[in-house]
Each structure stands twice: as structure tokens, then as C-alpha cells.
Ligand binder design. Structure first.
Ligand SMILES: [Zn+2]
Length: 355
């Protein structure tokens, strides 16, 4: 027996933006994703409500170190002394000393939003911090385990975490679901179909099927080549569910993987400057940041214009159906994607550094 509980972190003070998950078995409890430092009490209250003692938590696993995923790891580790904090080896130094994370996030969000929504990010005590090995399985109970899959793309230090357990009445573990962090996409509640899905496991919520996705092509480290590879890895796990951090569980389908592949291919490879132009509409000085693409990159001005127009229309259609408090969020996400793709394009266009 095991259960998965979705905890709404109320990221940025809003419901259903960022989730944390609590996996419980008769043997132990694991937390996947922590939200920001200001979300610490919400997770502790959820443990309390579920009747889970603090010393029963043995793992706090984060998909990556960005503060909406790992900001509360240090504060939680101090409250949950038996818990090891699992992080990709390229990210552990940032959890041990979050100075660079805080600086980077402050540059993006500004000091006022940092104070309100990110709080005081504490370092994870070194004795609790564990650098994960790719493929390693952490047992959580009889035939229940959490496996690590290094999945670069959104950031080089990103990892997927897959939950494995037998189907009810069975013996052989299957992949219940994958915690995909920002390595796949966001699917907020207004991007779902209306009817809830069924789940074979009685204590695991299946959520509602996805109708659309938004990928996280976030600066400064987005690498679409690695990202496509990580999506293929995800599809190969054949999960029943995706546990989205942004937001909540949804049934897995191969169509959603193909849709995400298409989205990034279109935006990054086929029309690399479409996002840049979208961003430029909102902020004129952004153009100055963009390296001029070479003529060889653009099949023709006419086809580029067609693609940009289609992209703008698609964005407007999404925006028309978005609840008020989420339209800002989508704008933030789209702008961050523009930044991430631009930075990657600039790296491609820069001459290679001399050795
Ligand atoms: Zn992230």
C-alpha cells in the first residue's frame, strides 16, 4: 500500500501554480518538490494533517534547484532531521550555498517579489545533502521505489523522479508516474479537459487529462538538444501518470510528448526568432539583447512573418480562455521562454571560445 498526496504550495500566493507531493508507505515517507521557502509551513501542515510524524520522512527529492522547486529544501531539512535531500550532482553546491540562486532569482523577480513569495532560502545542511546517481533506486516500501533519471535540457542539473509499484493485485512493479519538474512542461488547471481520469491505484489522484502544455524554455541554461533527449527518456519510462509541478497529476499519453517536441521544434529550430519578436512587442529594448540572425537562418522574410503571425494568434487564443489571475502567469512564462531561447540562440551564434 502506498499513497500520493498533492500539496498546493500556493506559489506566489495563488492556488494551483506549484505542487509538492508526499508519497507515503507503511515504511517511510518521501517529499518530492518543496516550493519556495515561504511554502515550508504548508508542507509541514500537510504532513501533520496526514498523521505523518516528522521523523518518518526519509527523503526530500527535488527535480532541480530553482527556488519554486527546491527553495524550502533547507528549511524542511532542518525540521525533518532523518530526511536526505536528493539533488542532481551539478546542483548540490547551490543547495549547500543558495547565494547564487537567490541572486539569480532576484534579478528576474525583483526584491519585492522575492521578499513576498520566496522568503529566506536556507542552505541544506551538508550531512543531509545527497548527490544522486543516474538510475539509482530508493526503496520506499515493499515493492515501492523512487528512481532517479538525470534529464538535462531545462537545466543541466535537472532530474526526473519515477515512482514504481505493482498494479493492485499484481507483483511486478510498473511506473506509476514521473515527477517531471520543469523538464517537460506546465499544464495548469485551465489547460485540462473537464472530466477527471481514473487511476488503478486507490490512493493516487490521476487528475484531468491535458488539453495543452507550455514548455519551460527558461534562461539561462535551456538546451533544446538535451531537452528533446530527456523527453524521449520520459516516454521510454511508460508511466501511467505525469506528476506536474505546475500543476498536479495527469494521465500520461505519448501524444503529449509529441506535442511538446513539436512546440520546441517549432519555436526554437523552425522559427528561432518568433519568440524574440513576441517579446520585443512587449519591451522595445529587448531587441538590443538579440544577436542578429544570419540570412541563412531565415528561409524568407515572408514565411517568417507568417509563422510569427500564427504564433501571436495562438497566444491570443490561449489568453482569451485564461482566468484573469492566470493571464499574468502565462505572460511571465512566455517572456521567460523568449529569454531562454534567445540566450541559447546567442550561444549558438557566438564564435567558439579559443582553447
Ligand atoms: Zn526551473
Amino acid at each position: 500500500m502506498f499513497s500520493v498526496k498533492v500539496v498546493d504550495c500556493h506559489y506566489e500566493g495563488k492556488p494551483e501554480l506549484a505542487a509538492s507531493y508526499i508519497i507515503s508507505t507503511p515504511v517511510t515517507t518521501a517529499i518530492v518538490e518543496t516550493g519556495t521557502a515561504v511554502n515550508t509551513d504548508i508542507i509541514l501542515a500537510a504532513l501533520d494533517e496526514a498523521g505523518i510524524q516528522k521523523d518518518a520522512v526519509s527523503l526530500i527529492a527535488v527535480t532541480h534547484v530553482h527556488l519554486d522547486h527546491a527553495g524550502a529544501a533547507g528549511a524542511l531539512a532542518r525540521q525533518l532531521p532523518n530526511a536526505k535531500v536528493l539533488c542532481h550532482p551539478h546542483g548540490t553546491r547551490h543547495l549547500a550555498d543558495p547565494t547564487a540562486l537567490i541572486k539569480g532569482a532576484t534579478a528576474v523577480h525583483g526584491e519585492e517579489r522575492m521578499r513576498l513569495f520566496y522568503g529566506t532560502t536556507l542552505p541544506v545542511p551538508k550531512e543531509q545533502l545527497v548527490a544522486t546517481e543516474n538510475g539509482h533506486c530508493y526503496p520506499l516500501g515493499p515493492s515501492v521505489s523512487l528512481q532517479v533519471h538525470h534529464s538535462p535540457g531545462h537545466a543541466p542539473h535537472h532530474q526526473f523522479l519515477s515512482l514504481h509499484a505493482p498494479l493492485p493485485g499484481g507483483d511486478t512493479p510498473v511506473c506509476v508516474g514521473v515527477f517531471t519538474g520543469d523538464g517537460f512542461a506546465a499544464s495548469y488547471s485551465f489547460m485540462r479537459r473537464p472530466e477527471s481520469a481514473r487511476c488503478p491505484w486507490p490512493n493516487v489522484p490521476a487528475g484531468r487529462p491535458t488539453a495543452s502544455l507550455m514548455v519551460h524554455a527558461i534562461p539561462p541554461q535551456f538546451d533544446p538538444v538535451a531537452w528533446h533527449g530527456s523527453l524521449d527518456l520520459l516516454a521510454g519510462l511508460q508511466p501511467h501518470l505525469i506528476f506536474f509541478t505546475h500543476y498536479g497529476p495527469a494521465p500520461f499519453t505519448h501524444e503529449m510528448i509529441q506535442a511538446a517536441h513539436r512546440m520546441v521544434r517549432t519555436h526554437v529550430f523552425r522559427c528561432p526568432i518568433a519568440f524574440i519578436l513576441l517579446r520585443a512587442r512587449a519591451q522595445d529594448d529587448y531587441v538590443a539583447l538579440v544577436a542578429a540572425p544570419s540570412a541563412a537562418e531565415l528561409p524568407s522574410i515572408a514565411s517568417l512573418t507568417t509563422e510569427v503571425t500564427a504564433l501571436v494568434r495562438a497566444q491570443q487564443q490561449i489568453a482569451a480562455t485564461v482566468p484573469d489571475d492566470f493571464s499574468d502567469r502565462l505572460q511571465v512564462d512566455a517572456n521567460l521562454c523568449a529569454h531562454g531561447i534567445t540566450m541559447w540562440r546567442q550561444k549558438q551564434l557566438s564564435p567558439p571560445k579559443k582553447q
